[in-house]
Write a protein of this length. Structure first.
Length: 306
């Protein structure tokens, strides 16, 4: 089958780690997690790969680096994943150039994007090419034609679309914004005002960046529907990617995985149930709900949350 990149877009805490793990069960799919953060994770000794080893000693990422070195004809174990970084957030460029680049990502036209092929944006184009390079290496190491990148960031999604429009499929993960905000408050003790704005801005950026991407390449996945009936959702996703459904996809397996970042639940090997988390209904009081509605209620309702 043809190679493909599945890109999971959405705000944090929308169930992307759960989806990542279930997709990874398919014999043709390899999930790599939040690829945008890989170079940063590799440079932090205290952070570990989902397999439990630190990134520089993880067998999988070492194999990926080795094959990358071989392809480029450089000595083995050069920290290539840092030198040929697949991260857009680490591109070193001035604030104005970064803002201009984001404006270029929000507009829908591929033609305008290619016309704006200026040296100003070359570091970003290089990052996009690095992503394509590493995805091909990962396909070769795992023998899986479909790579899943769950970085979630809207601008990265659009940059990868512009770099290789034919092979990308987007899963836009949507969850009730009140649940996402409650999760953020629980985790960071931020006030609702901040949590609601962060959800609103993340979703708005995705909506803008999706413009120009053909509808047939976008799958809108509601977290609540996914957790209530994962079987049907995974079957629909397989149709969307044009691969046969496999029943073992439903098993929440947390062993031998090498995802970058994501929800800490990936380390809780004993938790294997797929559960709908609706704690927000007990946690948020009338004042929080009013604050959320004032900031993001309209957008939330547009996703069919009443
Ligand atoms: Zn690993």
């Amino acid at each position: 089958m043809d190679k493909k990149l599945i890109y999971i877009a959405g705000s944090s805490r929308t169930g992307s780690t759960l989806l990542d793990l279930l997709l990874n069960n398919h014999k043709w799919i390899i999930s790599i997690g939040e690829m945008d953060r890989l170079p940063w994770f590799m440079s932090q000794a205290s952070l570990t790969c989902s397999c439990g080893n630190d990134f520089n000693h993880c067998v999988f990422w070492r194999k990926v680096q080795s094959l990358g070195c071989e392809k480029l004809g450089v000595p083995p174990y050069t920290p290539l994943l840092i030198e040929r970084s697949p991260s857009f957030r680490e591109v070193s460029i001035g604030t104005i150039s970064r803002l201009l680049y984001k404006a270029l990502m929000i507009q829908p036209s591929k033609t305008i994007y290619h016309l704006a092929n200026l040296s100003l944006f070359r570091p970003f184009q290089k990052a996009a090419q690095n992503c394509l390079f590493w995805n091909d290496i990962i396909r070769e190491v795992t023998d899986c034609p479909v790579v899943v990148d769950s970085s979630k960031i809207a601008f990265r999604m659009k940059a990868l679309y512009f770099a290789d429009p034919k092979n990308i499929r987007i899963i836009h993960m949507i969850r009730d914004g009140r649940a996402v905000a409650a999760s953020e408050i629980r985790r960071t003790q931020r006030p609702m005002k901040i949590a609601a704005r962060r959800w609103y801005q993340a979703q708005k950026k995705i909506i803008f960046c999706l413009k120009g991407i053909p509808n047939g390449q976008i799958f809108r996945l509601h977290y609540e529907q996914f957790c209530s009936d994962p079987n049907s959702t995974l079957q629909e996703l397989c149709d969307f990617v044009n691969i046969p459904y496999q029943e073992n996809m439903l098993v929440l397996n947390k062993h031998g995985i090498h995802n970058v970042g994501g929800n800490p639940m990936r380390f809780r090997r004993g938790e294997t149930d797929i559960k709908l988390d609706e704690r927000w209904k007990q946690e948020l009081g009338p004042e929080d709900l009013d604050t959320f509605n004032g900031i993001a209620g309209r957008l939330n309702r547009s996703f069919r949350y009443s």
